[in-house]
Structures are given as C-alpha cells and as structure tokens.
Design a protein around this ligand. Structure first.
Ligand SMILES: Cc1cc2nc3c(=O)[nH]c(=O)nc-3n(C[C@H](O)[C@H](O)[C@H](O)COP(=O)(O)OP(=O)(O)OC[C@H]3O[C@@H](n4cnc5c(N)ncnc54)[C@H](O)[C@@H]3O)c2cc1C
Length: 348
C-alpha cells in the first residue's frame, strides 16, 4: 500500500525549505528528501540580503517586489518555528574614494536609489577606516540560514515529513497523473538540488554557471554590532566576538575545498580597511548555484508534467527563495503564470 501525498521535494537548502513552507501554508502534503554532502551552499552562505550592488551602482533584480516584504515573510516563518534567524542589520557600504563619495552624493538623491540608501559620516568602528563615509543600505540584513534550515528540519522529523537519504533516480516512476517513489505515490516532484542539478537525469540539461566561494570565521575584540560593514568583502558580526568574512568568486575549480589563495584574497581585501587584530578560527567553501542569466530557475520540466524545478538562486538565495517559492506554489496550484525571465521554459 503506497503512502499518498501531494509533493515530493528533493533538496532541503533554502529553495526546498522555503517551498515546503509554502506547501504548509497552502495545506498541501509533502515529504522533503535530503542527504547532506551533495551540496552545502546554504550552510556556508553568510545569508546577507541587500537590494543594492553598490560597487556596480545598480539595484538588484526585482528589488521593489522582493526587499520591502522580505522581513514580513521571514518573521512569519520565525513565528512558525519559534526561532529568531532574521536580523535587520543594515549593510554599511564603505566609500573608499572621493570619486565614490561624489558619485553616491548624486545617486543617493536620485529617483532610483533614494529609497534604498542613506549616506552617513558616522564612524563605523574604532579600527575601521571609513574616511569617506558609508552608505547605509535600507532593507538589508542577514539570515542565520543554518539555524533556519535545521529548525525547519527538526519540525518535520516527528511527523515523518523529512527523509534523510540520497534521492535514488532509479526508484522514480512517472504515471499519467503523477509518480511513485519507493513507498510514496505523489502528484508532483520538485527538484531543489542546487549545484547537484547536473547529477539528475531530468534536470542535467538545464546548465548552471556555478561559482565557488569561501568564507573565513575570525575572532576579534573590535566591537562591531548592528551593522554589516562591507568594502570588497563583508564583515558579518555573529556575536561573541566572531565575524564571518567573505567572499570570493571562482568558476573553474568547483569543489568544497578551502584554499590558501582564496584565504589570502579575502584577507587582502579585509585588511585594507579593518585594522583591528584578529585570528582565523574557521575557513569554509561552498558553491553558489548561479544561472547564466542571473535569474532564478523555476517551473515545470519538459520531462514530465508532474516534475518541477526550483534552482538558480546564485548568490542571493536568502532574498530570492521566499518570493519565488511562493510564485512556484501559485503556479503549481492556481495556474498563475511565472514571469518569463524566471520560467525554466526559457531553456528550451
Ligand atoms: C561562500 C558563499 C557565500 C554566500 N553568501 C550568501 C549571502 O550572503 N546571501 C545569500 O543570499 N546567499 C549567499 N550565498 C548563496 C546561497 O548559499 C545560495 O543562494 C543558496 O544556498 C542556494 O540554495 P539552494 O537550496 O538552491 O541550494 P543548496 O543549498 O545547495 O541546497 C541543495 C540541497 O539539495 C540536496 N541534494 C542535492 N542532490 C540530492 C540528492 N540526490 N539526494 C538528496 N539530497 C540532495 C543537498 O544536500 C542540499 O542540501 C553564498 C554562497 C556561498 C558559497
């Protein structure tokens, strides 16, 4: 006798976790399958969300729709899980030249940027060089992603909604009106596998442009609280004198090994403006599931009408996952069309 459910979700990173939360809100049943080790980008990520690409003087994709409502969406899940992982600590982008100061003096008044940035002359910290001031970026902050994901998994364990295993593609069989997987009979399956996308025969044709990144955890007596200084790299205060610092981008060697070269690159950028003594206590690497056109990838797969994908969150999973999981859920259940630029059908 098969166990009947609405959805099987493969991958419990930010994409799969947010999608399951949308299913909970829509009263749809699901099981979430994940085995750590395939890809751990959500656990390495700093979780920073930021509507501005300050070094490129650009607003990030769909910022008006994504960022003003982000806090509300995370607060809702925090309430559901009884945990606090949303931190509204603004990114403080350090202006590092007179030219940048002048550029931003004009840009911060412009129609495009005025709701997103405030220029400030306040010192960021005793040992942080910020002679030209900084931009306080509105609607920015960070999510403690490991805390969010582990508390969500814990909540699913008892009702048997979480399965800790490697998804076995050979055990999947499609039928006219759904699919079976081991002892489950489901209407839909949604693949949220991050960079392990290429190991899945149903999604391997959707090519990502993965980017490896590394972060350092440092300990310093410098007291930076309530903001996230950034210039070349970010300095994210984690509490207890610990900070996460990163990151770099590497497109050729795609593995989870922490490297000396990335460490040196990050340290060179940090020590340009962070003058306090510190020690490195950890060093981690992950791979961002980025897409070629820098847009998320979601929708129905051509392989079968019951098969879907949610991927391509790149370096912005914390900000993109809440809105686009909601859009995917409405697409599956209410037939609400997806914006063409994120629809997986663009890969045909
Ligand atoms: C160094 C670094 C810093 C970053 N900083 C930020 C940041 O500050 N802000 C931000 O928003 N984003 C950041 N990111 C990006 C962020 O990590 C990604 O956007 C996000 O984690 C992608 O989530 P995902 O769920 O799509 O993929 P993943 O987190 O990779 O999740 C995929 C899941 O699928 C599971 N899986 C895959 N195949 C199988 C299988 N066959 N069987 C079982 N399970 C399977 C994996 O175990 C994994 O848990 C950073 C990334 C890196 C590497």
């Amino acid at each position: 006798m098969k166990h009947k459910i609405d959805n099987i979700v493969v991958g419990a990173g930010l994409a799969g976790t947010w999608l399951c939360y949308q299913f909970i809100k829509s009263s749809k049943s699901f099981v979430l399958i994940d085995e750590m080790g395939h890809s751990k980008s959500s656990f390495v990520a700093a979780g920073i969300f930021n509507p501005i690409l300050a070094n490129r003087q650009k607003i990030s994709y769909n910022a008006d729709e994504i960022y003003p409502n982000l806090g509300k969406k995370y607060h809702e899940v925090e309430h559901y899980l009884h945990e606090k992982f949303y931190h509204h600590h603004p990114v403080s982008y350090i202006l590092d030249s007179l030219r940048e100061l002048n550029d931003w003096a004009a840009l911060s008044e412009s129609h495009l940027f005025k709701d997103f940035v405030i220029m400030t002359n306040e010192r960021i910290g005793d040992q942080i060089i910020s002679d030209f001031g900084a931009l306080e970026i509105q609607d920015s902050g960070w999510i403690d992603i490991p805390l969010f994901l582990t508390s969500f998994r814990k909540k699913l364990v008892e009702p048997n909604h979480f399965i800790n295993e490697n998804f076995d593609y050979n055990a999947l069989e499609f039928s006219d009106d759904g699919l079976t997987y081991k002892n489950f009979e489901a209407k839909n399956i949604i693949f949220c596998q991050g960079t392990a996308n290429d190991q899945n025969p149903l999604t391997a044709n959707i090519k990502l442009k993965p980017a490896k990144g590394e972060v350092l955890i440092i300990r310093s007596e410098e007291n930076v609280e309530g903001i996230i200084p950034q210039s070349g790299v970010f300095l994210l205060p984690l509490g207890n004198n610990l900070y996460k610092v990163g990151s770099n981008f590497e497109w050729k060697t795609l593995d989870f090994q922490a490297t000396e070269s990335a460490k040196n690159e990050i340290l060179a950028k940090l020590t340009k403006w962070f003058k306090a003594p510190f020690e490195i206590v950890d060093h981690q690497a992950g791979i961002r599931p980025s897409s070629h056109d820098r847009r998320p990838i979601l929708g129905r797969l051509s392989a079968h009408p019951s098969a879907y994908i949610f991927n391509g969150l790149g370096s912005k999973g914390a900000a993109l996952a809440p809105l686009y999981s909601e859009k995917l859920c409405k697409y599956i259940y209410d037939g609400v069309e997806l914006p063409p630029e994120v629809d997986v059908s663009r890969f045909k």
